[in-house]
Design a protein around this ligand. Structure first.
Ligand code: APR
Length: 316
């Protein structure tokens, strides 16, 4: 089997962690691209020089030239500004749209057969723009948001219940904004509903309040990190989340991961990118898993989708 190639567009905070994770897991050869001269070269030299310690052996290259992304299997895009305290993701749309336009053109020209995972914010709008400019099939342009939002939700549940994060499953759907939809009904500890465990612990009414607080914290979790860091946004967690998606694609694992996918009727949405559970394999999004939402969940989904539509339509 030929060795895989992963290109990372944007060599900032997330880009650097992405490169290190690709190396640590030996996912393939890695190219880190940035417009800042020396930055991607320096980071890749730094990561390469510790191969003998961490015992990875892949080719790592930093570059300012799109030509180097040629023949990439997967391209992960983090180019763009992160938010500062007090900003919403949507405040980044103008500046990051310009950046995404040049990035997507570069990928279209030099890596026309790649599968793209977008991380840049505002996510739902940036992935939409990236697909539009590349003209790639929808299945090959995906956004990362749901893996991270779901992981944040699961983390808070594990802390609340005093159980290992390894045994909690939780999922969020919808846009990557303040109206995202953490699926309360399906959150579980090894299959046991979290709602039931909270009710045992606190009684029905207080249990519900505790869950609502976790939902609220999940929706604002990115902002919570921004407020603490002050100079940028979360970077370890978005990088790990995108790597889970990339690994499923590169190794054709067919994992079911919440991802920002183009919907054509699924969940009552037509013509927009929204977070839903998807099967990720060598062809990119190979299937979108549908299931019935109850009235409350559907109402939250509709609200989240309305926010995505407002944002995406503002780019037109
Ligand atoms: N082409 C390539 N890279 C670019 C371009 C461009 N046109 N414009 C800016 N960049 C690079 C910057 O030079 C910087 O190195 O993008 C990188 C962004 O890195 P950071 O500022 O450290 O931001 P990061 O924390 O990595 O977040 C990147 O992901 O989660 C989102 O909201 C976040 O939009 C932000 C993006």
């Amino acid at each position: 089997m030929a060795r895989k190639k992963i290109s990372l567009i944007g060599g900032g905070q997330i880009g650097g962690v992405l490169a290190q994770l690709c190396a640590l897991r030996e996912l393939g050869d890695v190219v880190l691209f940035d417009i800042v001269e020396g930055l991607p070269q320096g980071k890749m030299l730094d990561i390469a020089e510790v191969g003998p310690v961490d015992r990875y052996d892949v080719n790592l290259k930093g570059t300012n030239s799109y030509e180097d992304i040629k023949d990439s299997d997967v391209v992960i895009v983090t180019a763009g500004l992160p938010r500062k305290p007090g900003m919403s993701r949507d405040d980044l749309i103008e500046v990051n749209s310009k950046i995404m336009t040049t990035v997507a053109e570069g990928i279209k020209t030099y890596a026309p057969n790649s599968i793209i995972i977008v991380i840049s914010n505002p996510l739902d709008a940036m992935v939409t723009l990236c697909q539009k400019i590349t003209g790639f099939p929808y299945s090959r342009v995906i956004g990362q948001a749901g893996v991270l939002d779901s992981a944040r939700f699961a983390t808070f549940i594990a802390w609340e219940l005093g159980v290992s994060v390894k045994d909690v499953t939780a999922m969020t759907l919808g846009g990557h904004g303040d109206d995202m939809v953490p699926l309360v009904r399906y959150a579980s500890v090894n299959g046991i509903p979290v709602v039931e465990l909270l009710e045992q612990k606190y009684g029905a009414e207080k249990g519900k309040e505790v869950m609502e607080a976790m939902v609220k914290r999940t929706r604002g979790a990115g902002g919570e990190v921004v407020a603490l860091l002050k100079t940028g946004s979360a970077f370890y967690s978005p990088a790990s989340s995108a790597i889970a998606m990339a690994e499923s694609i590169l190794k054709d694992q067919k994992r079911v991961l919440p991802a920002c996918c183009f919907l054509q009727g699924e969940f009552g949405v037509d013509g927009y990118y929204v977070g839903v559970p998807a099967v990720l394999g060598e062809k990119g999004v190979e299937n979108i898993i549908q299931f019935k939402l109850d009235a409350e969940e559907q109402a939250m989904m509709d609200k989240s989708v309305a926010a995505v539509k407002g944002l995406v339509d503002s780019m037109k």
